[in-house]
Design a binder for this molecule. Structure first.
Ligand code: AHM
Ligand code: MG
Length: 339
């Protein structure tokens, strides 16, 4: 691991950012701070339940304990509201977007969309979870409260995106459109160090990640692709490997490093897919494209979809370029009638 810290890296690279230097650095610094606070809480989640009392209980300070996802939401909101750069935040935790109403924040040029704690079903069972975020330049006039239109921008308009994975170690991975860089947290001194400079998605891979409980409910093209993955690959003389954590950030992170494809298709229960365009798909699409991979809804590039509502869901296929293209090919094949 290099000795370059995230703070140093942000400052050294702020000239790559085409807008005012310093603004993006302040946003990333607030995300770094919030990530440290959340990782501390995530790491004592098991302890907290047994020693400090379960969720819903009153803790030793006399405060009611919050669910971790609500806690994370509050931490990120507070960190972002206090820098005078971000005028509003749309979060998976809240029905509507939050427009900060202090003048300093209203003067800010950016909005953030985020999933403060993704992988909620894994929170209580000691399995990796994550935070995902995107940064956009506002469309509405600076000095006024953030508007809905600021958040409903296509992913191509993102100026930065990233995630934090709270796993066997905590990592923060981000892009500002100049490659993808990963930092690992050293908890003994509370610092993120550059550990994965210029991350590249392998063009092909041997891992497919889908909740196969949905197999019979997925569209035919996706089912055919999964069957294809289960066949013997002549190159390795074995089928591809199924790996599914059920935490998008962790599944994405593994596939980014090792090569693979993650699929969450439309199902009868989730007719337009389960994952949210603004909070989950667009940020990961920006990252994977910056790493040389691909993100699709089966037909269209994720980042070109024009959002119509905050909590919009889309089918999501993301990862190594050749694998994503193969899924698209299967989808196209079943839709093209053969004569
Ligand atoms: P969440 O935002 O409520 O945590 O849901 C998103 C999660 C992803 O992290 C994960 O990939 C997916 O939902 C798992 O869903 P399922 O249990 O249907 O496979
Ligand atoms: Mg989520």
């Amino acid at each position: 691991m290099s000795s370059i810290t995230l703070g140093e890296f942000i400052i050294e690279n702020q000239n790559d950012f085409k807008y005012a230097t310093g603004e993006l650095s302040r946003i990333l610094s607030s995300i770094r701070l919030a990530a440290k606070i959340v990782q501390r809480e995530v790491n004592k989640a098991g302890l907290a339940q047994h020693i400090l009392g379960a969720v819903g209980d009153i803790n030793v300070q006399g405060e009611e304990q919050q669910k971790l996802d609500v806690y994370a939401d509050n931490v990120f909101l507070k960190a972002l509201a206090n820098r005078g750069v971000v005028c509003g935040v749309a979060s998976e935790e809240n029905e509507d977007y939050i427009a900060f109403n202090n003048q300093e924040a209203m003067d800010g040029n950016y909005v953030v969309t985020m999933d403060p704690l993704d992988g909620s079903s894994n929170i209580d069972v000691n399995v990796s979870i994550g935070t995902i975020f995107s940064v956009y330049r506002r469309i509405s006039k600076p000095g006024t409260p953030a508007q809905l239109e600021d958040f409903l921008q296509p992913g191509t308009e993102q100026v930065a995106a990233g995630y934090v994975v709270y796993g066997s170690s905590t990592m923060l991975v981000y892009t500002t459109g100049n490659g993808v860089h990963g930092f690992t947290f050293d908890p003994s001194i509370g610092v993120f160090y550059l550990s994965h400079p210029n991350m590249k998605s392998p063009q092909d891979g041997k891992i497919f990640s889908m909740n196969e409980g949905n197999f019979h409910h997925a569209p035919k093209g996706v089912r055919e692709y999964i069957k294809y993955c289960q066949e013997i690959d002549p190159a390795s003389n074995r089928p591809l490997s199924a790996r599914y954590i059920g935490s998008l950030v962790a599944d994405f992170h593994r596939n980014l490093i090792k090569g693979g494809v993650y699929i969450y298709p439309q199902t009868p229960k989730s007719p337009t897919g389960k994952l949210r365009l603004l909070y989950e798909c667009n940020p990961l699409a920006f990252l994977i494209e910056q790493a040389g991979g691909k993100a699709s809804d089966g037909k269209n590039r994720i980042m070109e979809i024009k959002p119509t509502e905050l909590h919009q869901r889309v089918p999501f296929i993301v990862g190594s370029t050749k694998m994503v293209e193969k899924v698209e090919e299967f989808i196209k094949q079943v839709e093209t009638p053969t004569t």
